[in-house]
Design a protein around this ligand. Structure first.
Ligand code: GDP
Ligand code: IMO
Ligand code: MG
Length: 443
């Protein structure tokens, strides 16, 4: 039986979570914090995520592999809450190896994680097309099969887990039933089903992927608890973001997992009480890719300027991101839901050079009243008008700032207002994509 180290020997564990609609710079922050941790673990999502890490002239886009992979001696864990497209994962592993990044026993994948199959992607596509006429349009998914894969997980009888990829008999039995159901469903949606969904072909391809991934497969629940018992420190990496959380986001314009920190226990097997520090990642403005309400969206040249300066094009799909002012009503809500202890305000450099900047501090409802509480209903959110506080902007500093105190006065006032509204300190200000481009609060 293992013995727990005394409290004083207990290592500290951190969570990194997106406070908006994704793409807040979580990859950069995980890469920055990973050297202070022994393990990095993804607890949700799948290849819908696109986490960018910039190291010198090299730019990495990570989808399924945790962003700690570029840090030597950091073990990366794909937790049970993730949905794994095995072929995408193998492609990602090979891509990293081809660039000289070590991916061996430093990558561990939960045998409990669920598998994204080709029929999930076909279904995702077909369902998006089928609902495109609804109010607000389609969800605008990444079409990576995420929703259908999580639906099968909850359905149980039609699910396949990573561990199943190593058992021919079991896999064949399951696939036989699933393929007959899914083929009929896809045909009823007008999708032509080809040889890629034939049982012999998918079975052999799945088993081959299972063989290739076998050296990485593990019971990651025990792995994480053994690491905790050994006094090791864990960094939990959230994919997607709190406003895309299936329970707490702008439903139904969300993804299909618990991307808030509330997904950590279920997605890793580590109780929430173990997380000491929750760093909420928040852009200095807002973006969203795909459909759904976005009260502070800008449809003018300021929105275009933010998109171009911030290179706001999807890491996974290349789609232009919708841009708008920072929504503090939403941020206060997500910081509360995620139990955020500190904020990293990213892409702060992008706002430089604007004459004025605005912060959304309330929503005006159709009856004329104003609330500072985020609304639970996406259709209601589509009908609110943002209430703004507008402040002076600031010029880009001639010399790169070295700390928060060396930022222009107006920039500091902007950060102060965020802190006072959300009620959480800003611990890190990110002023560029590279690892070194951060201003860290004096401790
Ligand atoms: P993630 O999904 O939350 O990891 O974020 P993405 O990687 O999808 O998108 C964030 C983008 O902003 C990436 O291109 C990053 O390289 C870039 N980035 C991160 N922090 C900063 C910053 O402080 N300033 C600028 N200009 N770019 C940043
Ligand atoms: P990272 O981790 C931005 C959005 C999609 C779509 C909705 C549902 O890079 O921040 P899905 O394919 O998950 O069923 O799509 O969620 N979405 C993201 N948007 N960043 C992400 O991840 C996202 N993951 C999902 O655009 O609106
Ligand atoms: Mg992203």
């Amino acid at each position: 039986m293992s013995t727990r180290p005394s409290d004083s020997a207990r290592a500290s564990h951190t969570a990194v979570v997106g406070l908006q609609w994704g793409d807040e710079g979580k990859g950069k922050l995980v890469d920055l914090l990973a050297p202070d941790h022994d393990l990095t673990v993804r607890y949700n999502g799948g290849a819908n995520a696109g986490h960018t890490v910039v190291v010198g002239d090299e730019r990495y886009a990570l989808h399924l592999i945790p962003s700690g992979i570029l840090v030597p001696d950091c073990t990366c864990v794909v937790g049970n809450g993730v949905v794994v497209d095995p072929w995408k994962l193998l492609e990602e592993i090979e891509g990293l190896r081809g660039r000289g990044v070590e991916v061996s026993e430093n990558l561990r994948i939960s045998t409990r994680a669920h598998v994204v199959m080709p029929y999930h992607k076909l279904l995702d596509n077909a369902l998006e097309e089928a609902i495109s006429g609804q109010r607000g349009g389609a969800i605008g998914t990444t079409r990576r099969g995420i929703g259908p894969a999580y639906a099968d997980k909850v359905q149980r009888s039609t699910a396949i887990r990573v561990g199943d990829l190593r058992h021919r008999d079991r896999l064949e039995r399951r696939l036989e039933t699933i393929l007959s159901l899914r083929t009929r469903q896809l045909r009823s949606l007008g999708v032509e089903v080809g040889d890629e969904l034939s049982l012999p072909r998918l079975l052999e391809e799945s088993l081959a992927a299972g063989d290739a991934l076998a050296p990485h497969m593990a019971d990651t629940t025990w792995l994480l608890h053994d690491a905790i018992d050994a006094g090791k420190s864990i960094l939990f990496e959230g994919a997607n973001a709190c406003l895309l959380d299936v329970d707490h986001g702008t439903y139904p314009f969300v993804t299909s997992s618990n991307c808030s920190t509330l997904g950590i226990p279920a997605g890793t097997g580590v109780p929430l009480g173990h997380v000491d520090r929750v760093l909420g990642i928040m852009k200095a403005y807002s973006t969203r890719v795909g459909g759904g309400p976005f009260p502070s969206e800008l449809h003018d040249e300021i929105g275009d300027r933010i998109r171009e300066r911030g290179r706001e094009y999807g890491t996974t799909t290349g789609r232009p991101r919708r841009c708008g002012w920072l929504d503090l009503v939403a941020a206060k809500y997500t910081a509360m839901v995620c139990g955020v202890t500190g904020i990293a305000c990213t892409l702060f450099d992008v706002l430089g050079g604007l004459e004025e900047v605005s912060l959304c501090v309330g929503y005006r409802l159709p009856d004329g009243s104003v609330t500072d509480r985020f609304l639970p209903d996406a259709e209601d959110l589509m009908d609110v008008e943002p209430v703004y506080e507008t402040m002076s902007g600031w010029h880009d500093p001639v010399d790169p700032p070295t700390d928060r105190a060396s930022l222009p006065d107006a920039a500091r006032r902007y950060l102060d207002r965020i802190e006072s509204f959300v009620g959480v300190p800003i611990e890190i200000v990110s002023i560029g994509p590279e690892r070194s481009e951060v201003l860290v609060a004096a401790s």
